[in-house]
Design a protein around this ligand. Structure first.
Ligand SMILES: [Zn+2]
Length: 203
């Protein structure tokens, strides 16, 4: 039961990201956020996956800009080992980016639908006009599902609802970002002042 509180916080970061990065990567985040500079071998052991699979998931996180690594030669075994660190401070920027791009595509869907020329898939990944749908052989370029032309007012209602939720989430994330940078600024000012004090006392 040790570190219970910490575990709860980390779970929430993984849970926030799960919908975007998938359950496998979220599992890696849960373990990786336990410590900085986590050896890929020990991490693989901890999550019960093959090293190669673990590495693939870690590179996904790296491509999302949510993790970084350093390479160190292990003198005992003679090869390089990657030591990974999860960057919780980048979660906000990641979520903002994802939510903003989803918001943009939903707005585009709504505006095309209102012009009555929209082709889209069941997952609402993209909305295209007839010419583009024809070029794509009526397959969604994102998920591969069939592109249909439907005039479904309920669908638009759902999109508008999602747009409202996204705008709320984005507003919250933006405020969180501002609060965090203000916090950092205060912290830096405090450090600057401390430094000045130290310099003054040395004179
Ligand atoms: Zn799709």
């Amino acid at each position: 039961m040790k570190k219970a509180r910490q575990d709860k916080d980390e779970e929430s970061a993984a849970d926030l990201l799960k919908a975007y990065v998938g359950e496998d990567v979220a599992g890696i985040i849960r373990e990786l956020s336990q410590k900085k500079g986590y050896s890929e071998f020990k991490l693989a052991e901890a999550v019960g996956k093959e090293v190669n699979e673990t590495r693939n998931l870690l590179y996904k996180l790296y491509n999302y800009n949510l993790a970084s690594f350093i390479k160190k030669k292990d003198n005992k075994v003679g090869w390089y080992i990657h030591y990974w660190t999860f960057h919780e401070d980048r979660v906000n920027a990641f979520l903002l980016g994802e939510k903003k791009s989803r918001l943009e595509s939903l707005k585009e869907l709504v505006s095309k639908e209102s012009r009555g020329s929209l082709f889209s898939c069941a997952n609402a990944c993209v909305g295209v006009d007839f010419d583009r749908a024809f070029e794509l052989s009526f397959r969604c370029p994102e998920c591969g599902e069939l592109l249909n032309q439907e005039n479904n007012p309920d669908r638009v209602k759902d999109w508008l609802k999602e747009i409202g939720e996204l705008e709320k989430d984005i507003g919250f994330l933006e405020r969180q970002k501002t609060a965090k940078s203000a916090e950092r600024l205060t912290e830096n000012t405090r450090l600057d002042e401390l430094e000045k004090e130290v310099k003054k006392s040395r004179k």
